[in-house]
Design a protein around this ligand. Structure first.
Ligand code: SF4
Ligand code: SF4
Length: 471
């Protein structure tokens, strides 16, 4: 594999010294720890924690750290290159319907689509999954199954089609469903759990007065109590999670929300900052600086709860930032790398068979790459609609191009950059939140606490490529 062109040039420098000539750029980061600081080579995402009094010794070009780093830098760069530019899609966000029975404040799907949109029949959905199966046969390594996540609008409105698809292709895909929960009854919970389907439930609060502020139907009614009943029924099922969208409405309650989910024995939660692609979301967008404080307090709370009970509540979106540092190649979600996972690790299918790089772009005509009933999927992935997302690199964005944590953050999200900030090569809605998460993650590592924040088996299949203990 050829290295990214930005890593090649014609200067005669042998690259022996960091920060000059062809040498690596090593940036120092204050992580807010009493004993340690971090150094990072942003191009390769190599990093190390250093005791403050050992900085100059460690950065001496003849130190064991520098010696090992110089030896391994090319392989680090190559791994980063493969992760960023060498992956093929292995998952699909499948929107079987454009309609939704809710009208949440921050929804990114246009209102007209949610009220009057199209919906796939069971026959069409089965046909679409057959086409996807054929496509993935050629790109997913043998022994691995591609993933299909039924996604919103509200996929349970197309329940018959979704369940028929899961039944028909149960041996060909790993299935998941992201739902608002309002249409889940005992029969559907039984179907989904006996088929091992991943279930993601949206819930924005720990009590009705908070949760129902943002998530409500067209008549303004919320569904907090219904969702709690579902979570109680799912208790013990290993494959479900709760997505909490964080806005100004619930930001101040994140620690309580975390405590509430932990009490319900939810294994995995996400505290996703609201996606600011539409005005309704931007109206309740928290300031980074405020959100960061509440967010990190909530992470602290998950650690306290783990210490008190021995049971983890993994906050998956933070866990992925943490994994991006401890084992960059083991990341799962793909918003925190550039180019992001949209169109590269997965793509989205709309209810009429149209393909978009990510669900965030469903309904935006410029990002419709083609239709899987008519066009070849491999060709769709090469269209300008996809390339504008898969070609978005953090190196082309200010101030990200000079940011030490750019490969732990990735400057998400292109949909926000485009809709909110006026272009793909702009930052997304949040920056300081990522800076603070990376610092927090490094403090956890310095204190040996990182495993309390990660899912079981996160490190299976990863290997340690450089360990220097003497610093
Ligand atoms: S968004 Fe902020 S933290 Fe992320 S890469 Fe850009 S400058 Fe760095
Ligand atoms: S950064 Fe945005 S477009 Fe990319 S995968 Fe995440 S949500 Fe989708």
């Amino acid at each position: 594999m050829e290295l990214n062109k930005s890593l090649e040039n014609s200067a005669s420098s042998g690259g022996r010294y960091f920060n000059t000539g062809n040498g690596p750029t090593i940036q120092l980061i204050d992580i807010g720890h009493p004993v340690y600081v971090a150094i990072v080579d942003p191009d390769t995402a190599f990093w190390s924690l250093l005791k403050k009094e050992k900085i100059s010794e460690a950065l001496d070009n003849s130190s064991s750290l520098m010696h090992e780093f110089h030896k391994k830098r090319d392989s680090f760069a190559q791994e980063m290159e493969i992760l960023r530019f060498g992956l093929k899609p292995s998952a699909v966000y499948f929107n079987p319907t454009e309609r939704c029975n809710l009208n949440c404040s921050y929804c990114y799907i246009p209102e007209d689509m949610r009220r009057n949109g199209g919906q796939m029949s069971p026959h069409e959905l089965i046909q679409a999954l057959g086409i996807l199966k054929e496509y993935f046969r050629g790109v997913v390594p043998e022994g691995r199954l591609p993933q299909v996540v039924f996604h919103g609008s509200e996929p349970m409105l197309a329940r018959d089609a979704v369940f028929a698809g899961i039944e028909e292709y149960k041996d060909d895909f790993i299935f998941g469903i992201q739902t608002n929960g309002t249409l889940l009854d005992d029969e559907s919970i039984s179907f989904l759990t006996t088929h091992g389907t991943g279930i993601g439930l949206s819930l924005d609060g720990h009590e009705k007065s908070v949760a129902d502020l943002t998530r409500k139907n067209w008549a303004g009614e919320g569904f907090f109590r219904k969702n709690i009943t579902i979570l109680e029924k799912l208790n013990g099922y290993p494959n479900y999670n709760v997505i909490c969208t964080v806005t100004t409405q619930n930001m101040g309650f994140l620690s309580e929300i975390v405590g509430f989910l932990h009490k319900l024995e939810v294994p995995v939660g996400m505290l996703n900052p609201v996606r600011c692609t539409r005005q309704g979301a931007r109206d309740i967008k928290p300031m980074d600086s405020d959100l960061s404080v509440h967010y990190l307090n909530a992470l602290d709370r998950t650690f306290e709860l783990y210490q008190e009970t021995g049971r983890r509540l993994v906050i998956a979106n933070f866990a992925n930032v943490l994994v991006s540092i401890v084992a960059p190649l083991a990341r799962r979600l793909m918003c925190d790398i550039s180019p992001c996972g949209g169109g590269r690790c997965f793509f989205a299918v709309g209810a009429r068979g149209d393909l978009f790089p990510c669900s965030e772009f469903v309904g935006v005509r410029e990002f419709n790459g083609g239709n899987l009933f008519r066009d070849d999927i491999s060709n769709i992935l090469e269209t300008e609609a996809f390339r504008s997302v898969t070609g978005r690199q953090v190196e082309d964005i200010m101030p990200c191009s000079a940011c030490a944590v750019r490969h732990f953050c990735g400057s998400p999200c292109p949909a926000e950059a485009y809709e909110m900030n006026g272009g793909m090569n702009r930052t997304g809605a949040f920056c300081e939140l990522y800076e603070e998460q990376v610092r927090y993650a490094m403090r956890l590592i310095a204190d040996g606490k990182e495993n309390a924040f990660l899912w079981d088996g996160w490190d299976s299949g990863t290997s340690t490529t450089l360990e220097v203990f003497s610093l």
